[in-house]
Write a protein that binds this ligand. Structure first.
Ligand code: A2P
Length: 323
């Protein structure tokens, strides 16, 4: 497996990136420094994570005004759902760039196909009854065209999408192919049909929540009573980890790499940060891959179903329709 995807123009997107969701500023800065030291060059952020400034500070300390070092990095952030209107895209992009403190961005993603109302200073506006203030008028293609237009400024090298379904991906491709598709992919939600469709279109896939995002799963479990199995404790994963002398997390990441996708594990612990990028010196056998493939629960295995945005499933572009 190559260590990076090659994007248009020859740009390299490393297949192991560093995830930053749910990392507070004070822990994120040292974690990014540790990740840079461990060899990570791909960093994934989002306006909605409210940590772009902390990530930017840590990256800029490492870049140290050297354009050659900036070029080694692959930095990603995302347009928040409140910015999903053609006339707002440039404004939200500029805000992200100013917080990151970078001259250019490597990849800008549409975070979600659905939209919230644009409320300055409030990225998750709510109604008094606790439902999210969704903007039901979203012109997904119009927003995509506005993202593509950002490339003309030279301040973003690639644009792509996240959290879209196959039908939406096809519609976007009719305008222009996204440079990347970032979706939830892990052992219990293997997304084989969507990945096959993206591969056919020539779009690299990046897996978020590759280790099962325990913090999110725990929060949702507390709210809904649903059970989320711990991916790192699954008997098959423990057994395979033992066989190779690797950790369960390394087995989960290796399974994703061998499934043809990139992954952006998040950790704030220096040892685990190192562990998660040390996945290039072993290989799962065909039998092990089949054993892991059988654990797929399809859409039932999804953790990030956006149920925490109450009422969002009514949006016409909500990507996960219940069948
Ligand atoms: P921590 O930050 O304390 O390491 P995901 O990337 O799927 O969102 O999962 C992130 C969660 O997995 C975090 O709770 C993180 O905790 C934990 N984690 C990250 N790397 C490892 C690892 N190598 N072993 C065990 N847990 C890990």
């Amino acid at each position: 497996i190559p260590e990076s995807f090659v994007l248009s123009g020859g740009d390299l997107m490393p297949r192991i990136g560093f995830g930053t969701w749910q990392a507070s500023d004070d822990v994120l800065e040292p974690a990014v420094a540790a990740a840079l030291g461990a060899g990570y060059r791909h960093f994934d952020s989002a306006r909605a994570y409210e940590n772009e400034a902390a990530l930017g500070r840590a990256l800029n300390r490492w870049i140290n005004n050297d354009p050659k070092k900036r070029k080694e990095l692959f930095v990603v952030t995302k347009l928040p759902p409140g910015g999903n209107r053609p006339d707002l895209v440039a404004e939200y992009f500029n805000a992200s760039m100013s917080d990151l403190g970078l001259d250019y961005l490597d990849l800008y993603l549409l975070h979600t196909p659905f939209a919230f109302e644009h409320v300055p200073g409030d990225l998750h506006p709510m109604n008094p009854d606790g439902t999210i203030r969704a903007d039901l008028t979203t012109d997904l293609i119009g927003v995509w065209k506005a993202l593509l237009k950002l490339k003309e400024s030279g301040r973003v090298r690639h644009v792509g999408v996240s959290n879209v379904n196959e039908e939406q991906l096809q519609r976007l491709c009719a305008v222009e192919k996204p440079a990347c598709l970032q979706v939830e992919v892990h052992l219990l939600c293997q997304q084989r049909a969507l990945i096959a469709a993206a591969n056919k279109l020539g779009i690299p896939v990046v897996a978020y929540s590759p280790l099962g995002s325990k913090a999110l799963a725990d929060a949702l479990a507390a709210k809904t009573g649903r059970e989320y199995p711990d991916l790192l404790q699954l008997p098959a994963v423990l057994k395979i980890a033992k066989t190779h002398g690797k950790t369960p997390a390394q087995v989960l990441l290796r399974h994703l790499l061998q499934s043809g996708v990139a992954a952006i594990p998040k950790s704030t612990n220096p040892e685990r940060i190192k562990q998660n990028i040390s996945v290039w010196d072993f290989k799962l056998s065909d039998e092990e891959m089949s054993e892991l493939r059988a654990l797929d629960r399809g859409q039932e295995g999804r953790i990030c179903d956006f149920s925490f945005f109450k009422g969002i499933e009514k949006h016409p572009e909500f990507p996960f329709k219940k069948s």
